[in-house]
Design a protein around this ligand. Structure first.
Ligand code: NAP
Length: 259
């Protein structure tokens, strides 16, 4: 699997994106390692990808900047001439957790631009390229994977803009799944629960208590980037061919309603 195949993984210098890149690398995928500002981390991930049996191209791009996303796609096509998989992973929390009675238009706009507007238009561009590449027989059964969140349906009033962006990604997944099915391009959403990355490092003590002592998740451990990597690997290995627009919860059972 994967020897010729190319995946773009946004935000793959660190955290969940890095976990996804390493899972695909072990199967020989060629991966575009995208980062925003941490080029050292991106180079380190690229080196690990190559060591694991994959190949890597490091490209800086800001998902809030559509020109840079187009340049990311151009760089991928220049290097490898194909895109088999897009993983919309890059995402941010608000710079400051502010109650929705206090949050600002600037914070709202920033989070929505990075987490939703950019992924929507990157998907549009990549989908057009995938349709073209399918037509010329260069690729077969391409896929798009969106990294959503339990925040799509869980209220956190101190980061409302994040929750709205992830709820929007839920509809984005349905829209693209619907539109692209006729081309055989399946679209999936993975909803991570609480995963140990830099994003959650700031709330580590709170979640240690909630998960390990209070059983917030039926599976009483933190999620790891590898958990998301394995789910993406199952999807891109074409193990869910008759599912599209599907949400895969990788959350230790957080989404269960319990009594
Ligand atoms: P992270 O550890 O903070 O890593 C974020 C990654 O995204 C980094 O590679 C970063 O690049 C990149 N990035 C940030 N802003 C970007 C931008 N504007 N353009 C391009 N790349 C950008 O975060 P994470 O925990 O791995 O989260 C990854 C995704 O999973 C996000 O969409 C997040 O919402 C989602 N998620 C996370 C959790 C969790 O518990 N961690 C739970 C549910 C969903 P640099 O290295 O250059 O900064």
């Amino acid at each position: 699997m994967g020897a010729e195949q190319v995946a773009i993984v946004t935000g793959s210098s660190r955290g969940i994106g890095r976990g996804i890149a390493l899972a695909l690398a072990a199967e020989g995928w060629r991966i575009v390692i995208n980062y925003h500002s941490n080029s050292a981390a991106a180079e380190e991930t690229a080196a690990d990808v190559r060591r694991s049996g994959g190949d890597a191209l490091v490209v800086q791009a800001d998902t809030a900047d559509l020109d840079s996303l187009n340049a990311l796609v151009d760089a991928t096509l220049d290097r490898w001439g194909r895109i088999d998989v897009l993983v919309n992973n890059a995402g941010i929390a608000p710079r400051r957790r502010l109650d929705i009675l206090q949050t600002t238009p600037a914070s709202y706009d920033e989070v929505m631009a990075v987490n939703l507007r950019g992924p929507f238009f990157l998907t549009q561009r990549v989908a057009r390229e995938m349709i073209r590449l399918l037509g010329t027989g260069v690729i077969a059964r391409p896929k798009i994977v969106n990294i959503g969140s339990i925040s799509a349906y869980t209220s956190s009033t101190s980061r409302g803009e994040y929750c709205i962006s992830k709820a929007g990604m839920g509809m984005m997944t349905k829209l693209w799944a619907d539109r692209l099915a006729e081309y055989g391009i399946n679209v999936y959403e993975i909803r991570p629960g609480i995963i140990a990355t830099d994003l959650t490092a700031v709330v580590k003590e709170k979640y240690d208590r909630l998960i390990l002592e209070e059983g917030l998740t039926p599976i009483r451990r933190w999620g790891e980037p590898e958990d998301i990597g394995k789910a993406v690997l199952a999807i891109v290995s074409d193990l869910l061919p008759y599912s599209t627009g599907e949400v895969i919860n990788v959350d230790g059972g957080f989404h269960l309603h319990r009594l």
